[in-house]
Design a protein around this ligand. Structure first.
Ligand code: 0X9
Ligand code: ZN
Length: 457
């Protein structure tokens, strides 16, 4: 009796000890990169791909002891090293409450330029904050195209809100003295959502530094696999709740995804830039290998992505970011935000995967924070410059659809007007036909030259 009690007591102590240090055992495994196929295959098998380093020709996987053993037995996978990840947190990075504080301070300091907004509530009921930046003096707001910049779909990508906040800081603090900044805010309405996934981020600081998804049901959904476009359609996500790329029970099931969709549907951005880490890449649609962009708009998107890539210098200082689609450079990904932003709303959409995978998910704040936000500036600034380039701006009326055609009638793009009744297209230089097929006044077709002037109906 007494012995049994003792044994039981020991067992309880052992279990307790196991649980007390219940931080999962993570290994960061470096694998030789032979092309996107092997990466896609590991992702499809449920491995958590941390990032690809095209400079060193290797990629990284986050896994546990079991996964580590499995990896060693997969044909064609050459493991270069595996490192036990000690869970260090660099707490200088922003927490959900820091985002609210930072945005409210900007709006307080620059009331003529900035206003904060709550675009929705997260799974656990946290406010999802946005800030809108524009100079309200010169051009009335309603004539301006909107730009949408979002960050932190993925909780552990802690550098991304830093860059989003730097954009807001830069555009407000330099406005008084920098003519470039004045022009960007005179011509555009810029919406920034620095932390789309506050619940996941809270979990990073309190529980699990490698957390990626939101927190639905404790297991979480990957918000960047939850958008309706190509949802669950090309083996680029998982139906298992435990997977790091779990797509959710339905498309747009997640409040975070919905919040960004609702905002974008309302403001109809001409450009959407979504910030992720890491891999030092600029990605453009689509995330599915069997899908490709329509020719004319595709050419414009690819040119802009290539130019943005050339502006972004790698952390090593050697060379610039790689440019391509997710399946070209990383792995297939379905239900991602940029695919929906382009296919549904006609926004030219881009991912920046910032930082080298060398630094892990939490690059030392003191070493990398300022360096990274500075390295990103030429990229987003180029995007803002390009919006002022060849484009067509039409006042069409609320709810109206407008079709852009070549002079010979080839359809280039069709978009719905924004909440202010305007439709903006970013195009190559040249002549275009603007068609309002369902207009109540019987429809119009007008030929305009890109970038010359604003056309009013
Ligand atoms: O897998 C992702 O969601 C992104 N990479 S990350 O390492 N930051 O997780 C790539 C997103 C690709 N975007 C789309 N397919 N839309
Ligand atoms: Zn990401």
């Amino acid at each position: 009796m007494r012995l049994a009690f003792l044994v039981l007591a020991v067992a309880v102590v052992l279990l307790g000890a196991g649980r007390a240090s219940s931080t999962p055992d993570y290994y960061m495994v470096r694998i030789a990169w032979t092309g996107p196929q092997a990466v896609g295959e590991l992702a499809a098998r449920g491995f958590d791909i941390a990032g690809v380093d095209l400079e060193a020709k290797e990629f990284s996987v986050v896994t546990d002891m079991v996964g580590l053993k499995q990896l060693k037995n997969i044909r064609g996978i050459k493991t270069l090293s595996s490192k036990f990840v000690v869970e260090t947190l660099d707490t200088s990075y922003k927490k959900p409450s820091d985002i609210e504080t930072a945005l409210k301070k900007i709006a307080f300091d620059y009331p003529n330029l900035a206003v904060t907004d709550v675009i929705g509530r997260s799974t656990d009921g946290r406010d999802i904050y946005a800030i809108k930046l524009t100079d309200r003096f010169f051009i009335p707001d309603h004539e301006k195209p909107t730009v949408l910049i979002d960050a932190m779909h993925h909780a552990r990508e802690v550098m991304t809100p830093e860059v989003a906040l730097d954009i807001a800081d830069y555009l407000t603090s330099k406005f008084a003295t920098d003519p470039k900044v004045q022009e960007w805010l005179r011509l555009n309405e810029i919406w920034i959502v620095p932390m789309l996934n506050p619940d996941g981020n809270n979990r990073v600081w309190t529980n699990s530094s490698m957390w990626r998804k939101n927190t639905r049901g404790g297991y979480g959904v990957d918000n960047n696999r939850n958008y309706p476009q190509f949802w669950g359609s090309c083996n680029g996500s998982s139906g298992n709740t435990g997977a790091e790329d779990y797509r959710g029970p339905n498309s747009a099931s997640e409040p975070e995804t919905k919040a960004l969709m609702d905002l974008a549907t309302r403001i109809k951005p001409v450009v959407n830039l979504t910030l992720h880490s890491a891999s030092e890449m600029v990605l453009y649609p689509y995330g599915c290998p069997n899908q490709s962009l329509p020719a004319a708009q595709g050419a414009t998107i690819k040119k802009i992505a290539a130019e943005m890539g050339r502006k972004l210098v790698r952390d090593s200082g050697n060379g610039t970011y790689a440019v391509g689609t997710p399946p070209d450079l990383l792995y297939p990904a379905d239900g991602g935000s940029i695919d929906w932003m382009f296919a549904k709303l006609g926004a030219l959409s881009f991912v920046i995967e910032m930082n080298s995978t060398n630094q892990g998910f939490q690059p030392s704040f003191s070493r990398w924070r300022d360096a990274t936000v500075q390295k990103m500036r030429p990229g987003w600034q180029y995007l803002l410059d390009r919006i002022a380039g060849p484009s067509i701006r039409v006042e069409t009326g609320l709810g109206m659809r407008t079709r852009l055609e070549s002079p010979t009638g080839t359809v280039i793009q069709e978009r719905e007007a924004d909440e202010k009744g305007w439709t903006h297209f970013i195009v190559e230089p040249g002549d275009y036909r603007v068609v309002n097929p369902g207009a109540s006044w019987g429809g119009t077709t007008v030929t305009v030259r890109a970038g010359t002037a604003v056309y009013r109906r």
